[in-house]
Design a protein around this ligand. Structure first.
Ligand code: NAD
Ligand code: IPM
Ligand code: MN
Length: 362
């Protein structure tokens, strides 16, 4: 508890926001501690508790996440700050599935919000694209679709083998993520929500998305709507990113288009995300993975993790602190105080330290 003073001069206690930190694997273990130190430099009233869930722990004692882990996170923490999960030593990827997808599913974090914002012209691989031209957000359904891993094998190991993978779309799941997207647009002064699917081929699932989108849109007369097949959306993201505002799509399409979207911002090292269920303990993580090839080399770009930290603070109501971080990252990009992947010459630590110093002085 920190003490603060209200106008009448009476002292009252301001509770610190409790954050569970899970660096995970590979570069997650490098970028997350750096992002935590940047958050600390804002003097935000937050308290971090660190968890060692990831490949090392799994290989040591078989723990992915303890049995009561999800309940403990939901009850004891205001937010979760996660790095990345995935390690070549765990070929089944079981720990990543249980920890990362476990959080998304078991905490019911149904909206994966992935902002796509270009901070400097030099970061975009497209020609003549200015920062204002790339400023949209992808809201990815985060609890259903092919990620439910329903399906099966028939006649396995024979020439007649059959594999099925079901795409699960519930009315409730589709409706809540579409409604979230319209609410997000309304709250953030966005003008348009575009729903993307593949309803020309996946007629049952796409049909549900189409019907629900049209129905919910009626409640938001001030917000324009648009539909685009996901293949056409990929083209549009490259040809005319300026036309995009809020995009809502299913779990798998959202996964794919956000790597493409990350490229527009300078690469995976720049992209931030929040896995959100309004009113519940939500989870924030960079979009990138554990990048085994560059792990442990002080090469990873920490900006995606740092910007995810800013998203988390904003979500927790710590807006001024989030703004300090975002301004410092923008300053670093503009002054080329960056890692090699985005054209700079700094290491992970040096880049984060520059940002941290800037935040401390703000
Ligand atoms: P990846 O994001 O780890 O790497 C893709 C490419 O981007 C690589 O060339 C990598 O070097 C580069 N890259 C990623 N982050 C970077 C950063 N911060 N700075 C500089 N370069 C960066 O994706 P991948 O190679 O497909 O997957 C590696 C592992 O991570 C796999 O086990 C995968 O399942 C896992 N993964 C986890 C998450 C997550 O935890 N949210 C996300 C994606 C992938
Ligand atoms: C992401 C990742 C994950 C996903 C993997 C690691 C399961 O690619 O967060 O984008 O597919 O959602
Ligand atoms: Mn992905």
């Amino acid at each position: 508890m920190d003490e603060d003073r209200c106008r009448s001069g009476i002292l009252f206690a301001v509770p610190k926001k409790k954050i569970a930190v899970v660096p995970g694997d590979g570069i997650g273990k490098e970028v997350i501690p750096q992002a935590v130190s940047v958050i600390e430099a804002t003097a935000a009233l937050v308290e971090f508790t660190h968890f060692d869930w990831g490949a090392d722990r799994f290989l040591k004692d078989g723990t992915t996440i303890p049995a009561d882990g999800f309940q403990m996170l939901a009850q004891n923490f205001d937010a979760i700050f996660l790095g990345a999960l995935g390690d070549p030593r765990v070929s089944s990827n079981i720990h990543a599935k249980e920890i990362l997808l476990g959080m998304r599913f078991k905490l019911d974090l149904y909206a994966n919000v992935r902002p796509v914002k270009l901070l400097d012209e030099g970061l975009c691989p497209l020609k003549n694209v200015k920062p204002d031209d790339v400023d949209f957000v992808v809201i990815r359904e985060n609890t259903e679709g092919v990620y439910m891993d329903m399906g099966g094998l028939f006649k396995q190991g024979t020439p007649d083998e059959v594999a099925t993978q079901e795409d699960i779309n519930t009315r409730k799941g589709v409706e809540r993520v579409i409604r979230f997207s319209f609410e997000y647009a309304k709250r953030n002064g966005r003008k348009k929500v575009l729903m993307s699917d593949k309803s020309n081929v996946m007629t049952y699932a796409g049909g549900l998305w189409q019907r629900v989108f049209k129905e919910i849109a009626k409640e938001y007369a001030d917000i324009q709507t648009q539909h685009m097949y996901v293949d056409a959306l990929c083209l549009q993201m490259v040809r005319d990113p300026e036309s995009l505002d809020v995009i809502v799509t299913n779990n798998m399409f959202g996964d794919i288009v956000t790597d493409l979207a990350a490229a527009l911002q300078g690469g995976l090292g720049m992209a931030a995300s929040g896995n959100i269920h309004p009113g519940r303990t939500s989870m924030f993580e960079p979009v990138h993975g554990s990048a085994p090839a560059i792990a442990g080399k002080n090469m990873a770009n920490p900006m995606g993790a740092i910007l995810s930290g800013a998203m988390m603070l904003r979500h927790l109501g710590l807006t001024a602190e989030a703004e300090k971080i975002e301004a410092a990252v923008l300053g670093a990009v503009q002054q080329k105080k960056t890692t090699v992947d985005v054209g700079g010459a700094m290491g992970t630590r040096e880049c984060a330290e520059w940002i941290r110093d800037r935040v401390s002085q703000a």
